[in-house]
Design a protein around this ligand. Structure first.
Ligand code: ZN
Ligand code: MN
Length: 490
């Protein structure tokens, strides 16, 4: 029986670190990139007798996520201990939520622009965005980070105790492409609302996928196979394509599937079985005696006042209000720091399309080059607006503007005009530049003849000669324009 004769059911558990200053149950700093084991205290190291203190802001952010996704927020939510013995959790239990989570139900929209290129977009009906049902969202603490070497492992407890939201979908996804769109849409919502940076490369968002197959016509879901800790959206898609194919082949051959956990190896492109059957009772869940239940009414009321713009509204606004191309709008919606930079550049007076172009193309390239991100960039939106302005005024060319940007990077006290000045870029006196062009043409009669005969490539060489002869350096585009004006009819 071909794979097409099976019904595929996919469910996702997405862990998302909440963007907070401190951890979930202590005042240690939360965040990525600190020296190992420097942000720790007796509470997050699980010392006997150390008691937890709740991070109210993390609870509010989880409620905000729930409200954005249409979840209901029960009036009372409680904490449970999930027991397991492993060095990433020094208390030997994770403080989590089992049966009274903060958010229940809800759904995630599959924004059409988030499907992989060429994929069929799933819609509820023509023109209506399909929404994938959620089971619930609960709040818990992240485990420490283990790094394995040959024969030993190292543990960094900085991550241990970071507020972590777990977003559990219903078994309501059906294809690898939908799963990809789900992860991307969910990520954009978290980023847009400022709830999480949700950077999968940094482990701020991680996902476990489970998938089962059953023959068409069969009511009961097939045995589900789970794949844990998949660390990119495209890996989730590849893992599912592989796993659906593998299960269909085995079912065809009469091999029944057993509920199990497999590890996806993205380099090998295959999944390997880790363990079979694992149920909630294995964790001996019980109510946490150290934490009283949360009464949510006043928090919900507070959070309702601050519902932010969702990605589809933001994207549509960028297209309608600023005339941005759809692809640029989607790029800005997917990266909160980049979006903020863009918005502030526009506020500083730059035309929106130019600002988007600079932020998306040049700034991201420079940031990648310097291995940093927009939030830590020494070049400010104000600087960038200044750079765009001197390009517009013809004081510098686009290439020269890159040099201006590089100079400001090391000298953020300079504004764009001062940096251009220091590099010798000045607005050229148009009359003087025309005279210089004519002089250079007069000095190079052979080249002029060849250009007249149709060898237009030499215009670049002539531009180079004019550039060499000028001080301060004019905008090369302007030089080329003047040269071309000397050859009517080419
Ligand atoms: Zn701590
Ligand atoms: Mn979890």
């Amino acid at each position: 029986m071909p794979a097409a004769d099976y019904l595929v059911t996919i469910g996702l558990e997405v862990h998302c670190q909440i963007r907070t200053a401190t951890k979930m149950f202590c005042s240690c700093r939360a965040g990525f990139g600190y020296a190992p084991n420097t942000n720790v205290c007796p509470t997050c190291l699980g010392m006997p007798g150390a008691l937890p203190v709740l991070n109210e802001y993390a609870i509010e952010r989880t409620i905000l996520a729930g409200l954005l996704l249409g979840c209901s927020i029960p009036p009372v939510s409680k904490w449970d201990r999930k027991n397991y013995f492993y060095p990433d959790m020094p208390k030997n239990y994770q403080t989590s939520q089992l049966d009274l989570p903060l958010c229940i139900g809800g759904s995630v929209p599959l924004y059409e622009w988030n499907f992989p290129a060429g994929a069929a977009v799933s819609q509820a009906e023509a023109g209506v965005v399909r929404r994938v049902k959620l089971d619930h969202i609960h709040l818990e603490e992240d485990a420490a980070k283990l790094t394995h070497f040959a024969g030993y492992s190292l543990v960094d407890y900085n991550r241990g105790g970071t507020p972590l939201m777990e977003i559990v979908s219903a078994p309501d996804l059906h294809t690898p492409d939908e799963t990809y769109a789900y992860l991307k849409s969910l990520q954009q919502i978290m980023v847009c609302a400022g709830i999480s940076n949700a950077d999968m490369e940094k482990g701020e968002m991680r996902c476990d996928v489970n998938v089962s197959l059953r023959p068409k016509g069969q009511e009961k879901l097939g045995e589900k196979i789970e794949m844990k800790n998949i660390n990119s959206m495209s890996a989730a898609r590849r893992a599912l394509i592989y796993e659906i194919h593998r299960q269909a082949e085995e079912l065809d051959a009469g091999i029944a599937q057993e509920q199990s956990t497999r590890r996806w190896d993205d380099t090998l492109g295959e999944s390997i079985v880790m363990r079979t059957k694992e149920n909630a009772h294995d964790y001996r869940y019980h109510t946490c005696p150290d934490l009283i239940p949360i009464h949510t009414a006043s928090l919900v009321q507070k959070v309702r006042q601050e519902i932010p713009e969702l990605p589809d509204a933001r994207r549509n606004r960028l297209i309608a209000e600023f005339g941005l191309p759809a692809a640029d709008a989607a790029t800005l919606v997917a990266d909160a720091a980049l979006y903020d930079f863009f918005e502030q550049t526009v506020d500083a007076g730059a035309p929106a399309r130019k600002a988007a172009n600079w932020v998306i193309n040049t700034l991201t390239a420079v940031l990648a080059d310097k291995e940093t991100d927009a939030a830590k960039c020494p070049v400010t939106p104000h600087h960038l607006a200044g750079i765009i302005d001197i390009v517009e005024q013809g004081i510098v060319s686009t290439n020269q503007a890159r040099e201006v940007l590089d100079l400001i990077w090391g000298h953020p006290e300079l504004d764009a005009a001062a940096a251009a000045d220091q590099l010798g870029f000045k607005k050229t006196d148009a009359g003087a530049l025309e005279m210089l062009v004519d002089a250079v043409l007069a000095e190079n009669p052979d080249m002029v003849e060849l250009v007249r005969a149709g060898n237009t490539k030499l215009i670049n060489a002539l531009t180079g000669k004019v550039m060499k002869a000028s001080n301060p350096k004019p905008n090369p585009k302007l030089v080329t324009q003047i040269i071309i004006s000397r050859f009517p009819g080419i």
